[in-house]
Design a protein around this ligand. Sequence first.
Ligand code: SAM
Ligand code: SF4
Ligand code: SF4
Length: 353
Amino acid sequence: MSRLPAPADLPTVADTFGRPLRSLRLSVTDRCNLRCNYCMPEEEYTWLPRETLLTFEEMDALTSLFTELGVDKVRLTGGEPLLRKDLPVLVGMLAKNARIKDLALTTNGILLAEHAQALFDAGLHRVTVSLDTLNPDRFKALTRRETHGRVLQGIEAVARTGFTGLKLDTVAIRGFNDDELADLIEYGKRIGAEVRFIEYMDVGGATDWSMEKVLSRTAILHALGQKYGSIEAVVEESSAPAQRFLLPDGTTFGIIPSTTMPFCAACDRSRLTADGMWYLCLYAKQGFDLRQPLRDGVPLEEIASLIRSVWQARKDRGAEERKALERFGTRENLIEIEKLRLDPHLEMHARGG
Ligand code: SAM
Ligand code: SF4
Ligand code: SF4
């Protein structure tokens, strides 16, 4: 392949709203060792066929096309990414790509204690662990598994390994963990991690979602204000989804208000599933198959041009459209279970959070 022009030589690849192509979430598997109620509440799932899963070489090749077009942030996700055998090998391949300025992993933490060192050694920059509760019984009720202790061990292993920028992501759910917000912040403080509260989203697969369970940004700030006193917004220029706040003692935390205050206007993210389907939005019902052209030997320049033209035509603003439905009282489940069974790509656990 002749070298594609470097991003500096290119006009930024921007979509119809001027949003640049900057951030790629790369799902490495759709399998998971938890069954979080907000993501995988069903008893049975249809899995992506194994033979369709991209090899590490294919993931690396597609990621390079994205980075040649301006992507500089790559986040490995899933399903549970640490279930993908030899993940540090992929990390090592991506870490050689000098265009990636931020190479991160989102994990449920269960297998992290075993892999933290190898991931660090392979060149991973940052880790985000999902942690919704500090209470093992609640964890079991939420995830249908009894592995809470392993999650905490994983988090503590990351803190010891030398990673900086550890984050803990908590889906804030009314009636489930709304009494734990401050405890989670205090836990984060002890281990040197920033906590980010994510509003419960009505994404594909969240078949148990309802507006009543959404703990809004406003409610989170109110609860934390009562505990800590004044909370200040941190003023920063960023396309990151989290709004950051400062407590009186200098501790920071984030809120990702995807449901009540969507931030589609600044969204530079797209998602590649483990079998090479590319989605322009978390809520998108249709994706673009990048595996087939890659396996058919279509020249990489042609695949890059396809990516460029698809992004340039992008109009997605899924969370804003979902919010607009509230006016008509029709904000219900995004996709019915029968449709999810027919196309597992529609599931949050297939396209990564
Ligand atoms: N299994 C890994 C984990 O849980 O960290 C990575 C994949 S998971 C799909 C990525 C993120 O999506 C997690 O932080 C999870 O809490 C979040 N998530 C899943 N379903 C969600 C929902 N309905 N609303 C908000 N966040 C959700
Ligand atoms: Fe939970 Fe992540 Fe697994 Fe979804 S993919 S069930 S959020 S651990
Ligand atoms: Fe981006 Fe879609 Fe999420 Fe909006 S809903 S922030 S467009 S991924």
